[in-house]
Write a protein that binds this ligand. Structure first.
Ligand SMILES: *Cc1c(COP(=O)(O)O)cnc(C)c1O
Length: 385
């Protein structure tokens, strides 16, 4: 299994690696040559413009990670002590942490079993008079059912903030992820659809919210007197070096998204038989969705109870790196230390089931057809062993 600081030597096919080109490196070299490398470079403003435009929204505010984008967006929305934020139980920890760090309470909702996203039918009962924000997450690149979520939110006067960190280019009824709520947060971590190494962005159509986010993320510098601050701001700016890479990546994003979808198409064809035998379940693309398959993800039939064994075998015998699905939020060990109980396994049956049986397969945009064939053949052998 992979560690945070590099992968084992025997791994031949990583789960998801960045895809950088000569054009990308030329862009970064040019940023260095120009000396515009800080977070107040024009390059950063250009990147914000280019990516916001890609998402079909008006404004972008670049940050130094997806996590800080979420923290900043929630902060700019005024989320704090006494507020509640609804998020899926099945997500990555960066959806949850900023809520706690702002002193607010995360309220977890179980996922549905089709696309593994927050179940809209369960949101209503999670709403209280303290609910300020709903943060749906487009898990592994499949958009949430946003019409349902937006309807509930507008009935209760609640803001919808998309966690779109895994969904660059995904569409819901032909509308881009990032344009589906009041605002959205993206990540440009090295394994995301496009990357700046580390990085993130808030996108929105709301001018005042964009301005407030930019200002708060840049330490809330004084408007009248430079070093007089009227808000507790953050140092969350993205550097000019990162933005230069980001601009170059946005130019290639169409091609990268198309390759993710091509990977999925090949996997889908080659794994159909294992799915017909009911040994695995393949990811779906619901009627309303354009799934960008950030990570091509399958469920091993929960009855087999052998996901971890298969992952180990794929790594050891075939040099194939995979990832188990996210550990659900209610199970995170640090919550207990903080004296927090966000629910039990009984409250999140779907989330627990997929977390125990889900596996992300290699999904890099550099994968060749031969490599995908190799992965599918290895998986077939492991499943029939
Ligand atoms: C990657 C990710 C983030 C955080 O992004 P970083 O840039 O790594 O901080 C947030 N939410 C989800 C769902 C993610 O997958």
């Amino acid at each position: 299994m992979s560690s945070l600081y590099g992968r084992p030597e025997n791994i031949k096919i990583p789960v998801c690696e960045p895809h950088l080109t000569l054009q990308d490196s030329a862009a970064v070299v040019e940023a260095i040559r120009s000396t515009w490398i800080s977070g107040i470079s024009k390059t950063v403003r250009d990147f914000e413009k280019a990516f916001a435009e890609y998402c079909d929204v008006k404004y972008g505010v670049a940050t130094n990670s997806g996590t800080t984008a979420i923290h900043l967006a929630l902060s700019a929305l005024g989320v704090g002590k006494g507020d509640e934020v609804i998020i899926p139980d099945f997500t990555m920890i960066a959806t949850l942490n900023p809520i706690l760090q702002l002193g607010a309470k995360p309220v977890l909702v179980d996922c549905e079993m089709e696309a593994w996203n927050i179940n809209p039918k369960l949101i209503e009962e999670a709403i209280t008079n303290k609910t300020k924000v709903i943060m749906p997450v487009h898990i592994y690149g499949h958009p949430c059912d946003m019409n349902e979520i937006n309807k509930i939110a507008s009935n209760h006067n609640i803001v919808v903030l998309e966690d779109a960190a895994e969904a660059h280019g995904s569409k819901y009824w032909n509308k881009k992820a990032g344009s589906l709520g009041h605002a959205a947060c993206f990540s440009f971590f090295a394994n995301k659809v496009i990357t700046t190494g580390e990085g993130g962005m808030i996108v929105t159509n709301n001018k005042n919210f964009a301005k407030r986010s930019l200002w708060l993320g840049s330490m809330g510098f004084g408007k009248d007197k430079h070093y007089e601050h009227s808000a507790l701001g953050y140092g969350y700016r993205m550097s000019g070096l990162q933005a230069a890479l980001g601009i170059s990546q946005v130019e290639r994003i169409g091609e990268l998204v198309a390759k993710k979808r091509l990977n999925a198409k090949m996997y889908g064809m080659m794994l159909e038989k294992l799915s017909d035998e009911n040994l695995i379940a393949l990811p779906l693309e619901l009627e309303y969705a354009k799934n960008i398959y950030w990570l091509y993800s399958i469920l091993i039939n929960p009855k087999l109870n052998n996901r971890d064994k298969i992952a180990t075998k794929l790594a050891q015998d075939y040099g194939i790196e995979t990832r188990p699905f996210f550990t659900p939020m209610h199970k995170q060990p640090f919550l207990k230390k903080l004296g927090l109980n966000l629910g039990s396994d009984d409250d999140f049956a779907c989330s627990v089931t997929i977390a125990d049986s889900g596996l992300n397969l290699p999904s890099s945009t550099r994968l060749t057809g031969e490599e995908i064939t190799y992965v599918c053949e290895a998986l077939r052998k492991c499943m029939h062993a």
